[in-house]
Write a protein of this length. Structure first.
Lengths: 384, 368
């Protein structure tokens, strides 16, 4: 956590108070929540009333996708088709699968380019095939595995031409890229605190006032009646503090991370001709690829072998997204980008953040050659 | 040493990992994902390889403070164990998939991968002992022996390990009884200390092997005949029967002498199951193939103890090897020797080796 967030949150933890209560302590808690809401809204170019607090990105995505689907279908039973990017996070993908399996939804997967980008023409074609059936378009702002950044404004504009609401999962982008909700044109935007230096367990769905949502949790009617439940005031305060700090340093931090990222990628590629970054990567580009995202394909290796060997050498990395860390599967993101399955198994994802240093990059580059050699032998040993 | 502890999520492999750590080794926990549908949650207390088991193993690794990984060997497991299991039954034999898994997966694919990654050995929660002895040439020889807990002894399913595999294997539980292992798990604070043992075949979650085979191989109705060829019943697939089986035959006509009848032969070519009286099951000669030796192959005729099924009795016998084949002559008659099972040979508590039973018969003339 960013120090400012930790300090703000721990201070608030010592304060009793339910933000829904009318008494003095309740009013104090409510003031802390609302001030946080205003800070968060300002950082995201949204109005305070557009910020709905949730438990994090997964809940925000669930509320956005299911809540919009049910609201749209209730008003027009023909609107059951979801247009969703093929490289979305499971928090979106599995909502879609659920709605298809249990709620009569249909889905059109939006294909991406080999760089992991969904083109506006793809959205247009998908809508035009049957415009009156579309409930929602959902495309993530930045991909969690390969760091590809979408042109959200262009995609949202296409959806709006047909009167279709647009959701974007901005969990990876928020705090790392300039994220302006109003300018983006999105109707709904998911964010989470822990990806930008805040606490785990709190996030928000930023949602336009005119968007229609069916609530998923029912009870006290908090958060515009769409997200009942007592608010976690300390976490919300920590979220706001982290976002304010991340936003203030976004340009300098972005430039610093891009430099580290490019150094890491170039030195890794120099080690072996077949090691390559996946997705969009251009030296110095912190706009089309997340500044701190490194994603390498290392053919001939299993990601979990690399993971073990690098972990033993003091480098923390992952193969796909952390949620897939149970049983290793080739990433659906890489497969959607057209990467061969055997190459997708050798994926290595490193995230550079506010604690990352040049020394971390050096440690990784020193450990990589031996790790790759051993991992290749391990795959050969099990291939027969 | 750097050791991979194979962790199923059960109590035995958890204690095995802990003991390796106590012994001063550098231990990394590895759970093998073997199921084709690893996303299924536990359906019953049987079996393994569910997500819940992987989670249990991970939890133990966290308690021990060791790194933990899931290695996906489902494709190898399917090819080398499940497909083999199905093909063996289809051919009228009764395979033991645990032996095959130890031979091809745990002490081959897993061990090979571990060695390639820089590990020295694999440790498992099997009940068996490795004893180091002088090899007579100034070195040490690692011998595989029965566990001290006769009721839990699993040396039978390890009888396929060769000397190279044994040299890189640890079985830290072999000197302890199962009840004591459960106590130790509780003392170590493992929440799985009371978790039920896995039984039967891990990839047949409901324990219904006949049902699984029928689904996999399809129904193939045929006749149950007696030794004179007379039809005495019907079956839905000869593959579901095992030599020595008495239950579940559903015979329409009792035997003339009123004595119980047993499966004495399975004939996949004619899809017939042959039943007969118990004394037809008694054999004293076994021919095995696919011989595997846990140390040097025996030279000449040797006196051994022979075990023909997991947790079965050990019988006095003589045996000799002829290349990949092994001939075993039992001192007495033994019932229920099923082709496809393994015959594991012992010298005292030491495992000499094993072979897959290809044929058995009754020889009237004693062997010199």
């Amino acid at each position: 956590m960013l120090p400012a967030a930790l300090a703000a949150m721990t201070e608030q933890l010592a304060v009793v108070g339910n933000a829904s209560s009318l008494h003095r302590t309740g009013r104090a808690a409510r003031r802390a929540v609302e001030e946080s809401r205003e800070k968060i809204a300002r950082c995201f170019g949204a109005r305070p009333s557009e910020v709905v607090f949730t438990s994090g990105g997964t809940e925000s995505d669930n509320l956005a996708v299911k809540g919009t689907y049910w609201a749209r279908r209730d008003r027009d039973p023909a609107r059951v088709r979801l247009l969703v990017g093929a490289t979305e996070h499971h928090a979106v993908l599995d909502c879609v699968d659920f709605l298809v399996a249990h709620e009569g939804a249909k889905v059109t997967w939006l294909e991406c380019t080999p760089d992991g980008v969904v083109e506006p023409a793809t959205v247009r074609a998908a809508i035009e095939s049957d415009p009156d059936s579309v409930a929602l378009v959902s495309v993530m702002w930045a991909n969690n595995e390969v760091g590809a950044v979408q042109d959200v404004r262009a995609l949202a504009d296409v959806a709006h031409e047909f009167g279709v609401p647009f959701h974007t999962d901005a969990v990876q982008a928020a705090g790392h890229l300039a994220v302006d909700f109003e300018a983006s044109g999105a109707d709904l935007m998911s964010v989470t605190a822990h990806k930008l230096g805040g606490p785990i367990g709190v996030g928000a769905l930023v949602v336009r006032r005119d968007a229609r949502l069916v609530a998923l949790t029912h009870g006290g009617g908090q958060e515009r009646q769409v997200r009942s439940g007592t608010l976690d005031t300390p976490a919300i305060v920590g979220f706001a503090a982290a976002l304010v700090e991340a936003t203030a340093s976004i340009e300098t931090e972005s430039a610093r991370l891009v430099a580290l990222r490019d150094d890491l990628i170039e030195r890794a590629m120099a080690l072996a001709p077949d090691i390559r970054p996946s997705g969009v990567w251009q030296r110095g580009d912190g706009v089309r690829r997340l500044p701190g995202n490194v994603h390498l394909l290392v053919p001939g290796c299993d990601g979990d072998s690399l993971l073990y060997l690098l972990d033993a050498a003091g480098v923390s990395c992952s193969t796909g997204s952390a949620c897939q860390a149970g049983v290793p599967q080739p990433s659906h993101v890489l497969l959607a980008m057209g990467v061969a399955e055997s190459d997708a198994r050798g994926a290595l994802r490193l995230t550079l953040g506010h604690t990352s240093t040049q020394a971390d990059v050096d440690t990784f580059i020193e450990a990589l050659p031996a790790a790759v050699e051993r991992a290749r032998r391990a795959r050969e040993a099990t291939a027969s | 040493m750097r050791v991979v502890a194979a962790m199923s999520g059960g109590v035995d492999s958890a204690v095995a990992a802990a003991r390796m750590l106590d012994a001063g080794h550098e231990v990394v926990g590895v759970h093998l994902a073997l199921s084709q549908s690893a996303a299924t949650l536990r359906e019953s207390a049987r079996g393994c390889c569910t997500i819940e088991d992987a989670g249990d193993a991970r939890r133990v690794a966290d308690v021990l403070g060791i790194p933990f990984y899931v290695w996906d060997m489902a494709a190898r497991f399917k090819r080398d164990v499940v497909d083999d299991f199905r093909a063996e039954y289809a051919a009228g034999r009764t395979p033991n998939p645990c032996l095959r898994c130890n031979e091809k997966i745990k002490f081959a694919a897993l061990l090979d991968k571990a060695v390639a990654l820089g590990f020295d050995a694999v440790a498992t929660g099997h009940y068996a002992q490795v004893v180091q002895t002088d090899d007579g040439r100034g070195g040490v020889r690692r011998e595989l022996h029965r566990a001290v807990d006769a009721a839990k002894d699993q040396s039978y399913v390890l009888g396929v390990l060769d000397a190279d595999q044994l040299a890189r294997s640890f079985f830290p539980l072999g000197d302890t009884t199962k009840p004591r292992i459960r106590e130790e798990a509780a003392e170590r604070g493992f929440f799985i200390a009371k978790k039920p043992d896995s039984h039967d075949i891990c990839f047949i979650a409901d324990g219904d092997t006949r049902g699984w085979l029928t689904r996999e191989l399809g129904e193939a109705p045929g006749d149950i005949v007696d030794t004179s060829g007379e039809v005495v019943g019907h079956h839905a697939g000869a593959f579901a029967y095992t030599v020595g089986q008495r239950r579940g035959l559903g015979l329409s006509r009792p035997a003339a002498d009123g004595e119980p009848r047993y499966v004495v032969e399975v004939r996949p070519d004619t899809n017939q199951v042959v039943v007969g009286a118990a004394d037809l099951l008694g054999v004293n000669a076994i021919t095995g193939d696919h011989a595997r030796w846990c140390g040097p192959a025996p030279e000449g005729v040797v006196h051994v103890g022979a075990q023909v099924r997991a947790h079965g009795e050990e019988y006095a016998a003589t045996a000799w090897a002829e290349g990949d084949r092994v001939e075993v002559r039992l001192d007495g008659r033994v019932r229920g020797v099923a082709p496809g099972q393994s015959v594991v040979l012992y010298d005292g508590t030491r495992v000499v080796g094993s072979a897959t039973i290809a044929a058995s018969r009754l020889e009237r003339t004693p062997v010199d």
